[in-house]
Structure formats: structure tokens, C-alpha cells
Design a protein around this ligand. Structure first.
Ligand SMILES: [Zn+2]
Length: 379
């Protein structure tokens, strides 16, 4: 399924292709996030036009609304949302551990109450894989336990044990035709736990491996370490996916550490605050200096928003709360991420990735709030 085309000579960056039922994706790749079976404010035509090859959707949210009965009757997620291209679904584990109320962890899964209306629900390896089979995603993720960043050594150890046991059960469940299943390495910032978890998952054998338990409140340096502790134990000939990451600068750094796949809500989330990603950092379109700025969000950008509208116009739309502003900044931000990955792949192919990485780090000014995983309000 995964073809490793090239490994960079100076970094651990890799160029590859992953074959799925709904098409081949080029790696390194960015997956826009469609939590509720929609990438916020964008339609499938816009996503294709800006170059998205694969999107991510969240099993937990779809299980709560519209529910699996509806998903089954509607013929699965691709048909339901009119996206005939690859989709990765998570297992729901992350949301159960971060969103759901009153949860009780048992050997066979987690009892919890819906964050919406308090309905009692249960999610175990069997349920997680069954729901992803109904959704019919191209890539399913195993159920894992993602413990809080502040957990004790004992809790982290137990979470790794449970993650391995659940992964084994997930591996044995029926799946949709051709559906790939990825294991998830937990172990927080502990090298010995990361090693133990990665080795156990590799011996079970999955179609790809994710690095989980990152972007859960740790610092950027700790996050990079967690990836470095995990990567050496993952097979070279299979895809590696860093879950929930990251900013453009972090993605470039993670590619250099051997990661192939990324998903992140930032491009659409910060758009809702009027903020845009550029190659030099984030720009606040609400800022006073954009009031009469006739230029696009980013000079030289080829996205529809930049080809069509000025900063002054978008700023006006934000001020009068027109939805078009959110849509256009989302188009630009997703395009920026997708285009960044295209450039990364080109540089790996041409053996100039190390230079590109150095230049990117030099030109890109990271937002302090984003680095600290806080949402941007105004900057
Ligand atoms: Zn643009």
C-alpha cells in the first residue's frame, strides 16, 4: 500500500505514495479536518480546487450526530458528504478522553456520556472498528488511550498497556473492503514507553503507524522529542502519521524527522478569527492596516481568495460578519497548507529539502499563541 520513493540524504524526510481504495495520495501530505463530515465552511469542489487529496473525519462526532444508523442507510461517509476521494477516520478515542463526560475505563472499552445530551454510550475496540467499517473510510485508526499530558508515570504506563491490548483487538475486527488500519503509538514524553508501544504495535502488524499523544498541552520541544523517541521504531516501508499537528513551521520540522501525514484544525479554526497563514507567519486580516490594503491575503498565492479579493474587502466582510470572509480565509489557509506539502515533496524529490527547511525556519515567524497551542484571538 505504501511505496517509499525516496529518503532525503540530509534529513529523515521521505517521499512516498499511499494507495487507498479511493485513490493514491502523495506523501508528505496534509489532511484538512472535516470533523462533522464537512471541512468547516468549504465544499468538496473548493477542497479539490485547492489541491486536497484526502480529508479526515471524526468517528465520535458522527456517532453522536447523525448516528451510525443514518450513516449506514446513506451508504457510508463518501456518499453522504459527496467526497469520492480518500478519507481517514479517527477511532473516537481522543474525543472520548477529551470531550465526553463521566467516563469509566474498563478492559473492554470506555463507558461515557455524550458531551451533548448526556446519553450513555460505550466505545471499545469492537465498536470503534465497527463504526469505521460503517463509515467506510479508506484509513481507520485503532482505539487508543490518550492520557492527559499531566499524567503520572503509572497512568502513562497503564495507558500504553491498554493501547496495545485494544490495538490487538482492533486488528482482529472486520473492516470495510480494502480499508487500511493504522496503529497509534502512545507513551507521552517517555522514551521507554514510546519504544515499548511502537515495538508491540509493529509486531501486531498494521498498514501504517500514527504518533498519538502529541499536541495535548505539552511544549513544542516536548512534542518534537516524543516524535524523535518513536520514529526509529517504525518500519521504513510504511506510512507515519503525526496526529493533530501542527503549525506550518512544525510540519516542516516533523517532515525532517520522518513523518509523512498530518492533520490539523488550525487552518479553518484561525480563519474563524480572521487570521491567515502565510509563508512568513500569521496575518490578522482584521488589523487596521488592512483597511485600505488592495493586495491579496498573501502576495503570490494562487488560491481563489487571493486571485479574487483584497485584504480591504475581506476585512470589511469580517467587520459586517459576512460568512464569505470565513470561507475565503479558510480557502486560503487550507491552500497554504496543501501547497506547502507540494513544495516539500518537490524539494525532497530535488534533494533540496534541507535548504528549504533552513530557509523556512528563517523566514517564518511563529505565532507565540500557536506555539503554545492556544487559540489566536488577535495578532
Ligand atoms: Zn491565498
Amino acid at each position: 500500500m505504501f511505496k517509499l520513493l525516496k529518503t532525503d540524504g540530509q534529513t529523515k524526510a521521505r517521499l512516498g505514495q499511499l494507495r487507498t481504495v479511493h485513490g493514491v495520495i502523495d506523501t508528505p501530505i496534509f489532511m484538512p479536518v472535516g470533523t462533522q463530515a464537512a471541512v468547516k465552511t468549504l465544499d468538496p469542489r473548493e477542497l479539490r480546487e485547492l489541491g486536497a487529496q484526502i480529508i479526515l473525519s471524526n468517528t465520535y462526532h458522527l456517532c453522536i450526530r447523525p448516528g451510525m444508523e443514518v450513516m449506514e442507510k446513506m451508504g457510508g461517509l463518501h456518499q453522504f458528504m459527496s467526497w469520492p476521494y480518500p478519507i481517514l477516520t479517527d477511532s473516537g478515542g481522543y474525543q472520548v478522553f477529551s470531550l465526553a463526560r463521566i467516563r469509566k475505563i474498563k478492559p473492554e472499552g470506555v463507558s461515557f456520556r455524550s458531551h451533548l445530551d448526556g446519553t450513555a454510550l460505550f466505545l471499545g475496540p469492537k465498536e470503534a472498528m465497527h463504526m469505521q467499517k460503517v463509515l467506510g473510510s479508506d484509513i481507520a485508526m485503532v482505539l487508543d488511550e490518550c492520557p492527559p499530558h499531566t499524567s503520572t508515570q503509572r497512568q502513562l504506563h497503564d495507558a500504553v498497556e491498554r493501547t496495545i491490548r485494544w490495538a490487538e483487538h482492533c486488528r482482529q475486527q472486520p473492516r470495510a473492503d480494502g480499508q487500511l488500519v493504522f496503529g497509534i503509538v502512545q507513551g507521552a514524553g517517555r522514551p521507554e514507553l514510546r519504544e515499548q508501544c511502537a515495538k508491540a504495535l509493529v509486531s501486531i502488524g498494521f498498514d501504517g503507524y500514527a504518533i498519538g499523544g502529541v499536541s495535548v498541552g505539552e511544549t513544542e520541544a516536548e512534542m518534537m522529542k516524543a516524535v524523535e523517541y518513536t520514529e526509529p521504531f517504525l518500519p521504513a516501508n510504511q506510512a507515519r502519521y503525526a496526529m493533530g499537528l501542527g503549525t506550518p513551521a512544525q510540519i516542516v520540522e516533523l517532515v525532517a524527522r520522518g513523518v509523512d501525514m498530518f492533520d490539523c484544525v488550525l487552518p479553518t479554526r484561525i480563519a474563524r478569527n480572521g487570521a491567515a497563514f502565510t509563508r512568513k507567519g500569521t496575518v490578522n486580516i482584521k488589523a487596521a492596516y488592512c483597511k485600505t490594503d488592495p493586495g491579496p491575503i498573501e502576495e503570490g498565492c494562487t488560491c481563489f481568495a487571493c486571485r479574487t479579493f483584497s485584504r480591504a474587502y475581506l476585512r470589511h466582510l469580517i467587520n459586517v460578519e459576512e460568512i464569505l470572509a470565513l470561507r475565503m480565509i479558510s480557502v486560503h489557509n487550507c491552500h497554504m497548507y496543501v501547497q506547502l506539502m507540494t513544495d516539500i515533496r518537490r524539494h525532497i524529490a530535488q534533494e533540496t529539502f534541507a535548504e528549504f527547511r533552513a530557509e523556512f525556519a528563517w523566514t517564518y515567524v511563529p505565532s507565540k499563541n500557536l506555539r503554545a497551542n492556544k487559540s489566536i484571538v488577535a495578532e
